[in-house]
Ligand binder design. Structure first.
Ligand SMILES: [Mg+2]
Length: 254
């Protein structure tokens, strides 16, 4: 298999499942690090910031470099720092989203003052809170969605993902958001800029065709699908565009 400079790993279903590490993934990351290659971690999860992911991986025996972790909370904050640095930003989401925006010193405001609305997973959503963010968007705030995941893995199966709440808000307002998470290329572009990589030095590795693999394909970098997560190899072979490689187990990267 080709060797790369920037290995971009999805997290859930690729490196761990819930709180259980996937041993082959941990071993592969360790081996890459021994060769002097420090991986990147790219997750659509908007409820966590870099420190949260670093701590979670550390508990699994994976020593990740904090600045190489991109969650959609972090990427949304970095995006706003670049394009909406002087905006009044209304956040709809959880603690990780708030922490990521605080780290970029962005101006976070209440619903009346907002000219940007950033919407991430909020597992305490209510009719009232959804109506509030709907009105912020109706009143003209730029609508940014951390990610479009319809469902998310939970300890007992699946839960409603941020993308489903986004559809609700888009339907109610008639306005489509700008999406930050995979399959959009914002996070891969942040990686490329941070390391000064050429696209042929980068690879996106994940278990989900619709997010990880499509993200890499659309960004025109190589992709590796790993079995055992959201999609099987057989399901992906039905799709028009194929990943560069299929692996049963991440140690095949070595
Ligand atoms: Mg995944």
């Amino acid at each position: 298999m080709k060797q790369y400079r920037a290995y971009c790993f999805d997290l859930d279903g690729t490196i761990y499942k819930g709180t259980e590490v996937i041993e082959a993934a941990a071993q592969t990351i360790y081996e890459l690090q021994k060769r002097g290659i420090e991986p990147y971690y790219i997750t659509n999860n908007a409820s966590v910031n870099r420190e949260d992911v670093e701590n979670k991986l550390a508990k699994m025996g994976i020593v990740a470099k904090r600045e190489r972790i991109y969650t959609t909370a972090v990427a949304s904050a970095l995006y706003c720092a670049e394009y909406h640095a002087s905006s009044h930003i209304y956040l709809y989401g959880e603690e990780g989203l708030r922490k990521a925006f605080a780290e970029q010193n962005l101006r976070v405001v209440g619903p009346e003052e907002a000219d940007v609305a950033v919407v991430g997973i909020n597992r305490e959503s209510t009719y009232e809170s959804l109506s509030e963010v709907m009105n912020v968007i109706r009143n003209g705030a730029t609508f940014i969605a951390t990610n479009s995941d319809k469902i998310i893995p939970t300890a007992t199966g699946f839960g409603v993902g941020n993308g489903s709440f986004i559809r609700l808000l888009a339907h109610a307002t008639g306005i489509e958001p700008l999406y930050i998470g995979k399959p959009e290329s914002t996070m891969l572009e942040l990686v490329r800029e941070s390391g000064g990589y050429a696209k042929d030095e980068m690879v996106m590795i994940g278990d989900n065709y619709d997010t990880d693999i499509l993200c890499g394909i659309q960004y025109e970098i190589d992709t590796i699908h790993v079995a055992g997560g959201v999609h099987t190899q057989a399901q992906i072979q039905q799709r028009e565009k194929q990943p560069t490689y299929f692996v049963e187990n991440l140690t095949e990267l070595l």
